[in-house]
Write a protein that binds this ligand. Structure first.
Ligand code: DC
Length: 214
């Protein structure tokens, strides 16, 4: 599981997918700390591109222009999110960005540019915990463990209390119904309902799967 694995990897590679409010961020943070690997929030990348598009007044229907922003835009995703030299960690959670991000994420040009950046990020590190919507299905189909987190609609709305429930439902519907890499349970993914469960309990369950898959 650790040390140089196949294709010279240095640590475990875990894909975490699921809808908004399913617990991806909390679980992937705790899991990355437990495994001592980096974590990538790919949703923050789609949000950063949306923020850049709004800042540069790029039409959210213009897939080609948005694809260029996704490919060449200056943004870095870590514990802080920085774009064009500005700290946009809080700004990417604003109602404007939340309202536009599903539209931006539906463009195939945006997705292919970001998937390439995501794979490069993983290659630079070896093991990692990567969270998003299409990680197990498209970005890292050969991850050591693929997890699909879910929770009841009430629980998901409560966790995303910063976002209006109708906005959240609209975003989920767009993410599930788009033609390019819709949110789906990847082949071979383990489905976990996080409702009423502790983070530690879920993390230990995933670590257990990693041990058996090694
Ligand atoms: O995880 P999040 O709610 O911050 O993600 C924001 C949006 O980005 C979400 O509505 C769908 C999109 N997204 C995506 O299409 N693919 C990913 N791998 C991650 C996020």
């Amino acid at each position: 599981m650790t040390g140089a694995g196949r294709d010279g990897r240095r640590g475990p590679l875990v894909a975490i997918d699921g809808p908004a409010g399913s617990g991806k961020t909390t679980v992937s943070r705790a899991l990355a700390a437990r495994l001592a690997v980096d974590r990538l929030d790919t949703g923050a990348m789609y949000r950063a591109v949306t923020w850049l598009a709004l800042a540069h007044k790029v039409d959210l229907a213009d897939g080609a222009a948005l694809g260029r922003l996704a490919r060449d835009g200056h943004f870095e995703i870590g514990e802080r999110v920085v774009a064009d030299g500005t700290d946009i960690t809080a700004a990417i959670r604003s109602p404007d960005v939340s309202a536009g991000v599903s539209v931006v994420a539906a463009h195939p040009e945006v997705r292919s540019a970001l998937v390439e950046r995501q794979r490069r990020w993983v290659e630079d590190r070896g093991g990692a915990v990567v969270e998003g919507r299409d990680i197990g299905s498209v970005v890292l189909p050969d991850a050591d463990v693929k997890v699909y987190l879910d929770a009841t609609p009430e629980e998901r709305a409560r966790r995303r209390s910063d976002e209006q429930a109708d906005g959240l439902a609209r975003r989920d519907a767009l993410d599930r119904s788009r033609a390019a890499s819709p949110l789906t349970v990847a082949e071979g993914a383990r489905v976990v309902d996080t409702t009423g469960r502790t983070v530690d309990d879920i993390v230990e369950e995933i670590v257990g799967w990693l041990t058996t898959s090694a």
